[in-house]
Design a protein. Sequence first.
Length: 241
Amino acid sequence: MPQHDSRSIVILTGAGISKESGLDTFRDADGIWAKVRLENVATPEAFARDPATVHAFYNARRRGLASGEVAPNAAHAALARLEAEWPGELLLVTQNIDDLHERAGSRSLLHMHGELLKGRCESCGTVSSWHEDMSLESACPGCYLPGGMRVHVVWFGEMPFGMERIYAALARCSLFLSIGTSGNVYPAAGFVQEARGNGRAHTVELNLEPSEGHSLFEERIYGPATDVVPAYVERLLGRGG
Ligand code: BV8
């Protein structure tokens, strides 16, 4: 592995890192978008048109996540270890709306596409922890009004969270890791270009198979996340900060 200034790391994760925890990805053959059209469940227009269908889609995923059957895997644990032992800055940006990075111990974490276990009130803007089913009858814990609750998730066409903080971290990082993402969804899929543009970042893709943007990465490591991520973190920490 080429030597590089290793003071700051930005990591991007996608659904592939949670696959071995039992959560579906989106674009694999058995993925979420093979079972339901994103236009019907993951856009503001779909929610305006048919809120019950959108609530049902997220209620099913929330139940799965909160069922106790799903736990962080060795890849999530390796990234939490890297954060704890790395001598410099580290920011973990996840496209995932599950809470597996938190449960593995990651703290410097940004959910750019929101969080399945949170709700947001369209009447007063309150964001609250939300573990049970949500419906049009659900009342907001802030303003107590029903009818305005939505899952605190970024739909297609909506602005992802934390973009300024992400771009600032990409502008100064010396290492950019992309893990478990197909590189189909923007602006996340463009982060490797942002990192390369800072003139010094080493870019690594760790995935089951080549992503859409594989040719943009200087280093590419393929295999299941629970194999390749702990091994890569071991090498990174073993080499010293
Ligand atoms: C926006 C939350 C304006 C909901 C999601 C160009 C520029 C800007 C925007 C666009 C653009 N072109 C098109 C757009 C619009 C759109 C877009 O990208 N569309 C795509 C379909 C072309 N983007 C947007 O609308 C975004 N907003 O653009 O606002 C803007 C513009 C510029 C700058 C700022 C703002 C909003 C996008 C967010 C939408 N919400 N999810 C929910 O989860 O229900 S996106 C959805 O896709 C998930 O968040 C998911 O995380 C994300 C990406 O998917 P992946 O995580 O990569 O999952 P996928 O299944 O695709 O791949 C899994 C990978 O894992 C595979 O490669 C597989 O091989 C691998 N894998 C499988 N098993 C394993 C494994 N790897 C390792 N180990 C394993 N065991």
